[in-house]
Design a protein around this ligand. Sequence first.
Ligand code: AMP
Length: 508
Amino acid sequence: MSELSFAELGLDPAVLEAVSAIGYETPTPIQAQCIPALLAGKHLLGVAQTGTGKTAAFALPLLSRIDASVTEPQILVLAPTRELAIQVAEAFTSYAAKFRNFHVLPIYGGQDFYPQIKGLRRGAQVIVGTPGRMLDHLRKGTLRLGNLKALVLDEADEMLRMGFIDDVEAILAKTPENCQRALFSATMPPQIKKVAQTYLRDAVEVKIESETRTVERIAQFVLPVYAERKLDALTRILEVEPIEGAIIFVRTKAETTLLAEKLSARGHAVAPLNGDLNQRQREQTVEDLKRGKKDIIVATDVAARGLDVPRITHVINYDVPYDTEAYIHRIGRTGRAGREGKAILLVTPRERSWLRTLERATNSPMGAYELPSPVELKKMREEQFETQLLGFAEDKKLAKSMALLDEIAERNEMDIAMVAGALACWMEAMQPGSLPLEQPEALPVVSSTPPPRRDRKGGRPGEFRKGPPKGGYKGRGGPGGAGARGKPPGKGGKPAGKRPPRQSDAKR
Ligand code: AMP
C-alpha cells in the first residue's frame, strides 16, 4: 500500500469527502501513481487489471478536474462489457456523491435507445458505455463531445479481443484535440500500443511492478465464488479448517467491523483490526490473538503490516489484494517461526485473471480449494454434535438431571427418548442451528477460468450478451457493484484436517 494518504494527493475536497465516507484507508499502488499524473492533466497509460483499484485511480482525479456545475458530458469512459460499464458508472456515482446535480449515465447495447436519449437530453457529466452504442449516439448526434475533458479506455485489451477496436478508434477520432486520455489494459498487445502511440502521445506510463518471490511453507488455495456467497463460503471454511489463529483480509475499514460482527454472531472469537483503532487498541487486539483470547482477526492491509503472530495458521483473502506485493505480504502473516501455513483466496468471476498473476509472482501454483459437499457437511456436524453430547455425559450435574427427567417422564407417561428429543428441540429453539437436522445448501460452483466470449461478429458491441449472465459478473461490493445469483450445485471434497468446535451457519 502507498505511504501517501488520499488527502495528500490533491483531490477535490468533495471527492475526498466521498472517498472517506466509502471507507478507503489509503490509495492502492496504482492510485498513488495515477492520481498525481491525471490531476496534472497528463495522458496516462496504465498496465493494470481488475482488483487493483484502477477505477478509482482514474475516476477520482478526473472528477476533481471537471466543472461539476456544467451538465454536459465531460468524462467519457469506454468499457468492453455492459457489466463493466454499469460497475464503473456505479463507482463514479459513489465518488461523485457530494456533487450536487451530478449525473452519471451508463450507455450500452442491448438496452432501448429511448431512456438513453432521455438521459443524454437531461444532461450527464460522466458517460460510461460500450463502444458500439456510444458510436451510434455520436452518429445520431444524441451524444456531443464539445465539452469533453477526458476519455478513458478501460480494459482496452478486452475491447480489442472482442473486436471493438475500430469503434474505439472511431470514437477517439471524434474527441477534441485537447482532451485528456487514459488507457488501462491488463496486457499491451501491439494494436493497443499503436492506439496509445497515436492518441496518447507522451503519456505517463504506470505499471505495478513486482518481483517474483518464492513463498515457502505456505500452501496456497483458491476458491472461486459469487460475490454474494462469499460470507457463506467463509463460514464453511472456518467450520472445516483446523484453524488455530486466522487473519482475514478485506479492503475497507468498514468491512473489517462488519465482517467481524457477522462472524462474532456465528460464535467465533473475532476482532477487527483497522486504521481507525488507536495504537493501544491495535496492540491489544494483536495481544488477544497471540494469547488465544481471539482466534480470528479481520484486517485491512495497512493495519496488518508487519503482524507477527506464530499462532496464525491460516490467511484468508476474503477480498483480493490490490497487487502482488500486498498478496505476498498478506500470506506471509502465516507460516511464521518455521511453521506451516495455509492461504485461501476467494475470487469472484471478474477477478479470476488475478490467479495467474499471483501464481507467477509467488512462483507457485494455487490448489483448487474444495468445500465439503452438503452430505459431508451434515455428517460432520452430526459427528460433532455426538462428540459434544458425549462430553456432557460426564458432567457432574448429570445424575440430578437424569433424576429430574425421569420424574417428568413418569408423571407424563413419556418414553425417555421422547424427553431427550424435546430437550434437544428446546436447545435448537434457544440457539437455532445447534442441532444438525437439515442438510446444508450447496454453494454454487464457479469455474476458475473465465468463460469464452463471442467476438464482434456475434452481434453489436455491448450486445454480445443479453443482460448479465445468471451468475453475474460484478466484481464485489462497495462501489464496485453488487453480487450475483448462483449456478447449479456441484461436487466438493472435504479438506483434510481435524475439525474445530462446530460453528453453525444456520443463522446466516
Ligand atoms: P477495481 O480494480 O477498480 O475494479 O477495484 C476493485 C475494488 O477495490 C472495488 O470494489 C473498489 O471499491 C475497491 N477499492 C478501490 N480503491 C480502494 C482503496 N483505496 N481502498 C480500499 N478499497 C478500494
